[in-house]
Design a protein around this ligand. Structure first.
Ligand SMILES: Nc1nc2c(ncn2[C@@H]2O[C@H](COP(=O)(O)OP(=O)(O)OP(=O)(O)O)[C@@H](O)[C@H]2O)c(=O)[nH]1
Length: 393
């Protein structure tokens, strides 16, 4: 499948950039990637998204909105046509779906995403998935620099004359949580699904977001790429997945229609020897048969599925709540043991009791690992999101 990936705001643009960087060269699933921000510096620091697809908007704002969500909604409403015109430089009409990426808690991403999502759905009539970070609890810590405050008075916000606070990713927590709750509320009924990533759960003890964010973005991008690239057409010869996933399968699990689904991803991987006689880089001339032993293949599949099912999810939830689930197992073909994959799917089904369980495989002839990724969709109620909504009440 082909996704138009659109990052909005600081977190959204960095994560979109990381997704593009994580895209497997032989399984491209990103049609185009765009970065939209009110902050010039944030856009300049991106690496993978081509400069022509980076766009600064909100003329009167110097460097971000610094958490002023009301202003963010105004800027978002005023800018959506301008952003849509930039998307026309890509190939939105041939995309299977859109992925709008943002950090909940901020004002730029949180203010623009709802209007952008509504516009995309209306214009293209395709699923619009949102990928959103959930603000970390530790954002409560007071910023070291007294100038770094979450709220800029409305009268000052977004004007050239405003005292410019230092750029920071850490919005103060009550504000970030309140913003997160308000943005989630607006997205409800607009987005096909909101795939969440809980920053707090992924940061290390004592680590600040600014220190850990690149690692977090890579971890998230790995999961997103593993999931969406399974449905991408292969650019290498002779590689046919036994269970092929396409955009409509993804939509069956992840598109809630008028009901926005909350979703989360699990992931597990294990490094393995290549299956061409040990030489991943050779031509395999002397090795026509796979030398992967069945017990090792079974064990690799079991282990990775178990990690994806029981390990840390992008957003922790009760797996039994999942309405629909998709299990993807990938890696060098000789390692994708059919029986182990079916058994693994059965285990996932019995654990979640999902109304719908889809499975697919992602053969990677040149890969050096077996991986499993599980998408759990329709997982509400989720404790973390309920707590955020409660704070905002
Ligand atoms: N995982 C991750 N989270 C981030 C990153 N940067 C910021 N965040 C989180 O995202 C929230 C929003 O931050 P930004 O994306 O910088 O905010 P924005 O949308 O640009 O809005 P303003 O800065 O208010 O203009 C923060 O409160 C953090 O919780 C990042 O690179 N990775």
């Amino acid at each position: 499948m082909q996704l138009e990936v659109i990052g909005v705001g600081g977190a959204g643009c960095r994560i979109a950039d990381a997704i593009l960087a994580a895209e497997p060269a032989d399984h491209r699933f990103v049609g185009d990637a765009f970065a939209f921000d009110t902050d010039t510096d944030g856009l300049a620091a991106l690496e993978a998204i081509p400069e022509s697809n980076r766009h600064r908007y909100g003329e009167t704002i110097r460097n971000g909105l610094n958490g002023n969500l009301q202003r963010g909604f105004e800027v978002g409403d005023a800018s959506v046509d301008e952003l849509s015109r930039h998307l026309d430089d890509g190939r939105p009409s041939i995309a299977d779906a859109f992925l709008v990426v943002l950090g909940l808690g901020g004002a730029t991403g949180g203010g623009t995403a709802p209007e952008l999502v509504a516009t995309l759905r209306a214009v293209y009539d395709k699923p619009v998935y949102v990928l959103a970070t959930v603000p970390a609890e530790r954002e409560l810590e007071p910023p070291e620099d007294p100038l770094v405050e979450g709220v800029v008075p409305e009268s000052e916000a977004g004007t050239e004359d405003a005292d410019e606070p230092e750029d920071t990713d850490d919005h103060t927590r009550p504000l970030a949580e309140e913003n997160a709750a308000r943005t989630l509320e607006r997205l409800d009924g607009l987005a096909s699904a909101v795939l969440c990533f809980d920053n707090e759960a992924w940061l290390r003890t004592g680590e600040r977001l600014a220190e850990g964010r690149d690692r977090l973005n890579r971890d998230l991008a790995t999961r997103v790429a593993a999931f969406f690239s399974a449905g991408a057409a292969s650019e290498s010869d002779g590689e046919v997945a036994e269970t092929v996933i396409d955009a409509s399968d993804v939509a069956r699990v992840l598109d809630g229609g008028e009901d926005t689904l909350v979703a989360t991803l699990g992931y597990g991987e294990q490094e393995v020897e290549s299956d061409d006689g040990g030489s991943r880089f050779g031509l395999g001339l002397f090795s026509t048969e796979s030398n992967v032993d069945t017990a090792s293949a079974v064990s690799a599949v079991e282990t990775t599925i178990s990690k994806a099912l029981n390990g840390k999810l992008t957003l922790e939830c009760d797996r039994e709540n999942a309405d629909a689930t998709m299990v993807i197992v990938g890696g060098p073909p000789a390692w994708l043991n059919r029986t182990a994959i079916s058994d693994g799917r059965r285990t996932v089904q019995s654990r979640t009791g999902s109304r719908e369980l889809l499975g697919g495989d992602a053969p990677r002839p040149n890969g050096d690992r077996v991986f499993a990724t599980i998408l759990f969709a329709g997982v509400e109620p989720v404790e973390r999101l309920e707590a955020i909504r409660e704070t905002a009440r």
